[in-house]
Design a protein around this ligand. Sequence first.
Ligand code: PLP
Length: 368
Amino acid sequence: MSKIQEFIPQMRPLFGTEERAELLAYLEEDGFFTEFKKTEAFEQQIAEYTGARHCIVVNNGTVSLTLAAIALGVGSGDEVLVPNYTMIATPNSVKMLGAQPVFVDVEPETLVMDVELAERAINPRTKAIMLVSANGRAPRVGIKAFEDLSRRTGIPLIEDAAQSLGSFYNDGRHIGRAGVIGSFSFSAPKIISTGQGGALITDDDALNDKLRRLKDFGRAAGGIDVHDTVGYNFKFTELQACVGLAQMRQLKNRVTRKKEIWKRYQQGLAKIQGIKLFEHDLELCSPWFIDCRVEDRDEIVNYLKRYGIGTRIMYPPINKQSAYNLSGNYPVSEEVGNNGLWLPSMIQLTNTQIDKICSHIRDFYNAK
Ligand SMILES: Cc1ncc(COP(=O)(O)O)c(C=O)c1O
C-alpha cells in the first residue's frame, strides 16, 4: 500500500475565510485589541440566540463558572454539588475559591446529574448546584425537577452549558436558561470556538452588574479607576470576538450538520452489538461529540488507530482522579469511565469518512 493513509482526528476546530476576513477588517480599523465594540456585538448575539437578557463574555468556560459562583456568594468552606461525570473544569472552578465540590452520580441515559441523589447530598453548607448538560442533553426527569429542587431549597442553580450551545429544553428555552446563571465555553473543540473563551447568561440585572464588575477589577464602568468592590481581570479580546462573530454566523448550519453526523453514525452502527451510541433527541439537542458505550474499549481504540481514526476516552469518574481521590459509590460515572468513547465528531467530517469509520467498527465487532 503506497498511498499515505489520511488521519481522521477525533476533533479539530474549523476556522476559515470568514474568520480571517473579520480579523483583517478589524486590524485595518483599530489596534486596541482589548474588549470593546466587537465584544459587545458578540455578547449581543449570544444573548439573542439563547434568549437571555444579558450575556457577559470572559476568558474561558472555567473562570465563567468561578465568577458565577462568586456572584452567587459561594466562598471558602461552602459546598457546591457537581456531577461526578463532567470535564474536571466544573469542580475545579469552585475549588479555586476554596469551596468544596461535592460529587453526585449521573443518570445512565443522559449523563446529567441525578436529581434524587442531588437532593440527598444537600446539607446546610450547600451553596449552589452546578448542573452540566452533558453533550447538550437535558436531564431525563426534565429540567423542572432541578428548578423545583432549587426553589424548594433556596439553593441557586448554575448551569454549566459548556457543551450545549445549540441545544434546547422541551419547553423551548435554550439550555443554560433554567439556571439563575448559565455558562458556555468556546474552547477549541466546541460547536463554535474563539480558541479560548467563555460566556455567562442571566436575566438578572443585579447579577449582570456583579459579573461585569468581577471580570473588570470591580470597575463600575470601563476605564474608571474607582473601585467599590473587588474584582479581577477575566476580560475578552476583540480578536476573539471577531472570530466569535464569524463563527456565530455558521452556528445554524453547524447545528444541522452535528445532527446529520449523529444520525449517520446511528444508521451505520445500529446493528452492532458491541457499540451503543448515547441517545439524543435531535429535535432539541445538537450532539457536540459522538458519545458511545463500547465493549473492549482498548482494543477498538487501537484497531481504529491502525486505520488512521482518532478517538477519545470519555471522562473518568472525577472522584477517582488523583486530583481528588475520594471514595464513594458512583456506579454510573464509573461504568462510563470504563466503557465511554468519543468517536470523530468534528464539524468538517464528511459522510464518506463517517461511513469508513462505521465500516471499520462493524468489521471489528463482527469479527469477535
Ligand atoms: C462541561 C464543561 N465545563 C467546563 C469546561 C471548561 O471550559 P474551558 O475549556 O473553556 O475553560 C468544559 C470544557 O470542555 C466543559 O466541557
